[in-house]
Design a protein around this ligand. Structure first.
Ligand SMILES: NC(=O)c1ccc[n+]([C@@H]2O[C@H](COP(=O)([O-])OP(=O)(O)OC[C@H]3O[C@@H](n4cnc5c(N)ncnc54)[C@H](OP(=O)(O)O)[C@@H]3O)[C@@H](O)[C@H]2O)c1
Length: 252
Protein backbone atom coordinates (compact mmCIF):
# COMPACT_ATOMS: atom_id res chain seq x y z
CA UNK A 1 0.00 0.00 0.00
CA UNK A 2 1.67 3.22 -1.11
CA UNK A 3 0.26 6.71 -0.97
CA UNK A 4 -0.31 8.66 -4.21
CA UNK A 5 2.83 10.72 -3.48
CA UNK A 6 4.91 7.52 -3.55
CA UNK A 7 5.51 7.52 0.21
CA UNK A 8 5.00 4.13 1.91
CA UNK A 9 2.07 3.92 4.29
CA UNK A 10 2.89 3.82 7.99
CA UNK A 11 3.01 0.73 10.17
CA UNK A 12 0.82 0.75 13.28
CA UNK A 13 2.12 -1.30 16.22
CA UNK A 14 -0.31 -2.11 19.00
CA UNK A 15 2.19 -2.09 21.84
CA UNK A 16 2.64 -1.99 25.57
CA UNK A 17 5.36 -4.67 25.66
CA UNK A 18 9.14 -4.80 25.49
CA UNK A 19 8.98 -6.65 22.18
CA UNK A 20 6.76 -3.94 20.72
CA UNK A 21 9.42 -1.37 21.62
CA UNK A 22 12.15 -3.53 20.09
CA UNK A 23 10.07 -3.89 16.92
CA UNK A 24 9.42 -0.15 16.72
CA UNK A 25 13.13 0.61 17.14
CA UNK A 26 14.14 -1.87 14.42
CA UNK A 27 11.50 -0.66 11.97
CA UNK A 28 12.37 3.00 12.56
CA UNK A 29 16.02 2.14 11.96
CA UNK A 30 15.08 0.47 8.70
CA UNK A 31 13.65 3.80 7.56
CA UNK A 32 9.96 2.94 7.87
CA UNK A 33 7.35 5.25 9.33
CA UNK A 34 6.16 3.66 12.54
CA UNK A 35 3.32 4.60 14.85
CA UNK A 36 2.95 2.83 18.20
CA UNK A 37 -0.28 2.72 20.13
CA UNK A 38 -0.38 2.44 23.92
CA UNK A 39 -3.52 1.88 25.97
CA UNK A 40 -2.58 4.55 28.50
CA UNK A 41 -2.81 2.30 31.56
CA UNK A 42 0.51 3.41 33.10
CA UNK A 43 1.31 7.02 33.97
CA UNK A 44 4.97 6.86 32.86
CA UNK A 45 5.18 4.24 30.11
CA UNK A 46 8.50 3.36 28.50
CA UNK A 47 8.19 5.17 25.18
CA UNK A 48 8.86 3.42 21.86
CA UNK A 49 10.87 5.02 19.08
CA UNK A 50 8.90 6.66 16.30
CA UNK A 51 5.47 8.25 16.64
CA UNK A 52 3.27 7.35 19.60
CA UNK A 53 -0.46 7.69 20.24
CA UNK A 54 -2.08 6.89 23.57
CA UNK A 55 -5.59 5.70 24.49
CA UNK A 56 -8.31 3.37 23.19
CA UNK A 57 -9.64 3.62 19.64
CA UNK A 58 -13.29 3.01 20.50
CA UNK A 59 -13.71 -0.69 19.71
CA UNK A 60 -13.47 -2.39 16.33
CA UNK A 61 -15.18 0.47 14.53
CA UNK A 62 -12.83 3.06 16.01
CA UNK A 63 -9.73 1.05 15.17
CA UNK A 64 -10.94 0.36 11.61
CA UNK A 65 -11.60 4.09 11.16
CA UNK A 66 -8.12 4.91 12.48
CA UNK A 67 -6.53 2.40 10.09
CA UNK A 68 -8.30 4.04 7.17
CA UNK A 69 -7.83 7.67 8.24
CA UNK A 70 -4.11 7.21 8.89
CA UNK A 71 -3.67 5.09 5.73
CA UNK A 72 -2.01 2.35 7.74
CA UNK A 73 -0.25 -0.14 5.46
CA UNK A 74 0.46 -2.84 8.04
CA UNK A 75 -1.02 -3.50 11.48
CA UNK A 76 1.17 -5.34 13.99
CA UNK A 77 -0.42 -6.71 17.13
CA UNK A 78 2.48 -6.81 19.58
CA UNK A 79 0.34 -6.53 22.70
CA UNK A 80 0.67 -8.67 25.80
CA UNK A 81 -0.74 -12.22 25.33
CA UNK A 82 -3.35 -11.46 28.03
CA UNK A 83 -4.60 -8.33 26.25
CA UNK A 84 -7.30 -10.41 24.54
CA UNK A 85 -9.78 -7.66 23.73
CA UNK A 86 -7.46 -5.46 21.69
CA UNK A 87 -6.08 -8.53 19.86
CA UNK A 88 -9.60 -9.60 18.89
CA UNK A 89 -10.39 -6.01 17.86
CA UNK A 90 -7.25 -5.94 15.71
CA UNK A 91 -8.32 -9.04 13.77
CA UNK A 92 -11.81 -7.67 13.16
CA UNK A 93 -10.71 -4.11 12.33
CA UNK A 94 -7.97 -5.24 9.94
CA UNK A 95 -10.61 -7.20 8.05
CA UNK A 96 -13.03 -4.28 7.92
CA UNK A 97 -10.33 -1.82 6.79
CA UNK A 98 -8.63 -4.39 4.53
CA UNK A 99 -5.21 -3.86 6.09
CA UNK A 100 -2.71 -6.74 6.51
CA UNK A 101 -2.31 -7.87 10.12
CA UNK A 102 0.51 -9.80 11.75
CA UNK A 103 0.83 -10.81 15.39
CA UNK A 104 3.88 -11.13 17.57
CA UNK A 105 3.13 -14.04 19.88
CA UNK A 106 5.99 -15.20 22.04
CA UNK A 107 6.05 -18.86 23.07
CA UNK A 108 4.56 -19.83 26.40
CA UNK A 109 6.74 -20.75 29.34
CA UNK A 110 7.00 -24.46 30.07
CA UNK A 111 7.00 -25.89 33.58
CA UNK A 112 10.67 -26.34 34.58
CA UNK A 113 11.70 -29.93 35.36
CA UNK A 114 10.74 -30.88 38.88
CA UNK A 115 8.74 -27.70 39.45
CA UNK A 116 5.12 -27.69 40.61
CA UNK A 117 2.61 -25.75 38.53
CA UNK A 118 -1.11 -25.60 39.15
CA UNK A 119 -2.53 -24.44 35.82
CA UNK A 120 -5.84 -22.55 35.84
CA UNK A 121 -7.96 -20.97 33.12
CA UNK A 122 -8.51 -17.59 34.75
CA UNK A 123 -7.63 -15.39 37.69
CA UNK A 124 -10.78 -16.19 39.70
CA UNK A 125 -9.77 -19.85 39.62
CA UNK A 126 -6.26 -18.95 40.79
CA UNK A 127 -7.81 -17.41 43.89
CA UNK A 128 -9.91 -20.55 44.44
CA UNK A 129 -7.04 -23.05 44.39
CA UNK A 130 -4.88 -21.34 47.04
CA UNK A 131 -5.00 -23.29 50.32
CA UNK A 132 -6.05 -21.49 53.50
CA UNK A 133 -3.06 -19.98 55.28
CA UNK A 134 -0.98 -19.59 52.10
CA UNK A 135 1.60 -16.79 51.96
CA UNK A 136 1.22 -15.70 48.34
CA UNK A 137 3.40 -13.71 45.95
CA UNK A 138 1.23 -12.15 43.26
CA UNK A 139 3.25 -11.46 40.11
CA UNK A 140 0.25 -10.61 37.94
CA UNK A 141 0.39 -6.82 37.66
CA UNK A 142 -2.04 -4.41 39.23
CA UNK A 143 -5.24 -4.76 37.26
CA UNK A 144 -6.48 -8.10 38.56
CA UNK A 145 -5.41 -8.20 42.20
CA UNK A 146 -9.03 -7.62 43.28
CA UNK A 147 -9.69 -11.28 42.36
CA UNK A 148 -7.87 -12.17 45.60
CA UNK A 149 -9.37 -9.59 47.98
CA UNK A 150 -11.93 -12.07 49.36
CA UNK A 151 -9.24 -14.55 50.44
CA UNK A 152 -8.83 -13.08 53.90
CA UNK A 153 -7.52 -16.46 55.05
CA UNK A 154 -4.27 -16.00 53.07
CA UNK A 155 -1.44 -13.42 53.16
CA UNK A 156 -0.64 -11.52 49.96
CA UNK A 157 2.27 -9.56 48.55
CA UNK A 158 1.71 -7.98 45.14
CA UNK A 159 4.54 -6.71 42.97
CA UNK A 160 3.35 -3.93 40.69
CA UNK A 161 4.83 -1.18 38.53
CA UNK A 162 2.35 1.41 39.78
CA UNK A 163 0.48 1.24 43.09
CA UNK A 164 -3.06 -0.14 42.91
CA UNK A 165 -5.96 2.18 43.72
CA UNK A 166 -6.88 0.06 46.68
CA UNK A 167 -5.71 -3.04 48.52
CA UNK A 168 -7.01 -4.68 51.70
CA UNK A 169 -5.35 -3.94 55.01
CA UNK A 170 -2.45 -6.24 55.71
CA UNK A 171 -1.46 -6.64 52.06
CA UNK A 172 2.14 -5.83 51.11
CA UNK A 173 2.69 -3.91 47.88
CA UNK A 174 6.13 -3.93 46.28
CA UNK A 175 6.53 -1.23 43.62
CA UNK A 176 9.16 -2.29 41.08
CA UNK A 177 9.70 -2.60 37.33
CA UNK A 178 11.61 -5.64 36.05
CA UNK A 179 13.60 -7.33 34.75
CA UNK A 180 14.71 -8.93 38.03
CA UNK A 181 17.74 -11.26 37.95
CA UNK A 182 17.18 -14.81 39.14
CA UNK A 183 19.29 -14.48 42.31
CA UNK A 184 17.36 -11.35 43.34
CA UNK A 185 14.11 -13.28 42.78
CA UNK A 186 15.34 -16.21 44.88
CA UNK A 187 16.35 -13.80 47.67
CA UNK A 188 12.98 -12.05 47.56
CA UNK A 189 10.95 -15.27 47.64
CA UNK A 190 13.08 -16.69 50.47
CA UNK A 191 13.03 -13.45 52.50
CA UNK A 192 9.23 -13.33 52.59
CA UNK A 193 8.83 -17.10 53.06
CA UNK A 194 6.25 -17.35 50.30
CA UNK A 195 4.43 -20.67 50.03
CA UNK A 196 2.84 -19.92 46.60
CA UNK A 197 3.31 -17.69 43.58
CA UNK A 198 0.59 -16.64 41.16
CA UNK A 199 1.71 -15.72 37.63
CA UNK A 200 0.30 -15.33 34.13
CA UNK A 201 1.90 -17.39 31.38
CA UNK A 202 3.13 -14.33 29.50
CA UNK A 203 6.17 -16.08 28.08
CA UNK A 204 8.24 -12.91 28.47
CA UNK A 205 11.99 -13.50 28.73
CA UNK A 206 12.29 -10.47 31.01
CA UNK A 207 10.02 -11.93 33.68
CA UNK A 208 10.93 -15.62 33.43
CA UNK A 209 13.47 -15.54 36.25
CA UNK A 210 10.75 -15.54 38.90
CA UNK A 211 9.56 -18.88 37.51
CA UNK A 212 13.09 -20.30 37.74
CA UNK A 213 13.43 -18.89 41.27
CA UNK A 214 10.18 -20.54 42.38
CA UNK A 215 11.35 -23.84 40.89
CA UNK A 216 14.70 -23.52 42.67
CA UNK A 217 12.98 -23.01 46.04
CA UNK A 218 10.25 -25.61 45.41
CA UNK A 219 7.48 -22.98 45.61
CA UNK A 220 4.33 -24.06 43.71
CA UNK A 221 3.21 -21.64 41.00
CA UNK A 222 -0.45 -21.11 40.22
CA UNK A 223 -0.09 -20.41 36.49
CA UNK A 224 -2.93 -18.68 34.70
CA UNK A 225 -3.20 -19.95 31.12
CA UNK A 226 -3.42 -17.55 28.19
CA UNK A 227 -6.78 -16.51 26.82
CA UNK A 228 -7.48 -17.86 23.35
CA UNK A 229 -7.28 -15.37 20.49
CA UNK A 230 -8.83 -15.39 17.02
CA UNK A 231 -6.37 -16.74 14.44
CA UNK A 232 -3.86 -14.38 12.81
CA UNK A 233 -0.55 -14.81 10.99
CA UNK A 234 1.76 -15.06 14.00
CA UNK A 235 5.49 -14.90 14.66
CA UNK A 236 7.31 -16.02 17.78
CA UNK A 237 10.09 -13.46 17.83
CA UNK A 238 10.87 -9.93 16.77
CA UNK A 239 13.49 -11.31 14.38
CA UNK A 240 11.19 -13.73 12.54
CA UNK A 241 8.56 -11.03 12.23
CA UNK A 242 11.07 -8.50 10.87
CA UNK A 243 12.34 -11.09 8.37
CA UNK A 244 8.79 -11.69 7.17
CA UNK A 245 8.09 -7.95 6.80
CA UNK A 246 11.28 -7.58 4.74
CA UNK A 247 10.60 -10.63 2.57
CA UNK A 248 6.97 -9.70 1.96
CA UNK A 249 7.98 -6.10 1.19
CA UNK A 250 5.49 -4.73 3.72
CA UNK A 251 3.96 -2.27 3.87
CA UNK A 252 3.74 -2.52 0.07
N1 LIG B 1 -3.07 -7.65 30.23
C1 LIG B 1 -1.85 -7.72 30.69
O1 LIG B 1 -1.52 -8.61 31.50
C2 LIG B 1 -0.79 -6.76 30.21
C3 LIG B 1 0.52 -6.87 30.72
C4 LIG B 1 1.51 -6.00 30.26
C5 LIG B 1 1.20 -5.05 29.32
N2 LIG B 1 -0.08 -4.97 28.84
C6 LIG B 1 -0.37 -3.93 27.84
O2 LIG B 1 -1.33 -3.06 28.40
C7 LIG B 1 -2.25 -2.65 27.40
C8 LIG B 1 -3.67 -2.91 27.87
O3 LIG B 1 -3.83 -4.29 28.12
P1 LIG B 1 -5.26 -4.87 28.54
O4 LIG B 1 -5.09 -6.31 28.88
O5 LIG B 1 -5.92 -3.95 29.50
O6 LIG B 1 -6.02 -4.74 27.13
P2 LIG B 1 -7.40 -5.39 26.62
O7 LIG B 1 -8.21 -5.82 27.79
O8 LIG B 1 -7.14 -6.36 25.54
O9 LIG B 1 -8.08 -4.12 25.93
C9 LIG B 1 -9.12 -3.34 26.52
C10 LIG B 1 -9.23 -2.07 25.73
O10 LIG B 1 -8.11 -1.22 25.96
C11 LIG B 1 -7.74 -0.55 24.76
N3 LIG B 1 -6.38 -0.97 24.39
C12 LIG B 1 -5.69 -2.08 24.80
N4 LIG B 1 -4.46 -2.08 24.30
C13 LIG B 1 -4.35 -0.97 23.54
C14 LIG B 1 -3.30 -0.40 22.77
N5 LIG B 1 -2.09 -0.99 22.69
N6 LIG B 1 -3.55 0.78 22.12
C15 LIG B 1 -4.75 1.39 22.22
N7 LIG B 1 -5.78 0.90 22.94
C16 LIG B 1 -5.57 -0.25 23.60
C17 LIG B 1 -8.77 -0.93 23.73
O11 LIG B 1 -9.80 0.05 23.85
P3 LIG B 1 -10.74 0.44 22.60
O12 LIG B 1 -11.68 -0.71 22.44
O13 LIG B 1 -11.36 1.71 23.04
O14 LIG B 1 -9.85 0.60 21.41
C18 LIG B 1 -9.26 -2.28 24.22
O15 LIG B 1 -10.55 -2.62 23.77
C19 LIG B 1 -1.87 -3.36 26.11
O16 LIG B 1 -1.15 -2.43 25.32
C20 LIG B 1 -0.99 -4.50 26.56
O17 LIG B 1 0.00 -4.82 25.60
C21 LIG B 1 -1.08 -5.80 29.28
Amino acid sequence: MTQSNGVANPILILGGTGEARALAAALVQSGRRVMSSLAGRTANPLMPEGEVRIGGFGGVEGLARYLRDERIGLLIDATHPFAAQISANAVAAAKVADVPLVRLERPQWLCPRGAEWIEVEEMAQAADVLPAGANVFLAIGRQEIASFFHRTDCRFTARVIEPPETAPEGWTIIGARGPFPVQAEIDLLALHGFTHMVAKNSGAAASHDKILAAAELGIPVVMVKRPSLPPARSFESVKTLLDYIDQAGLPN
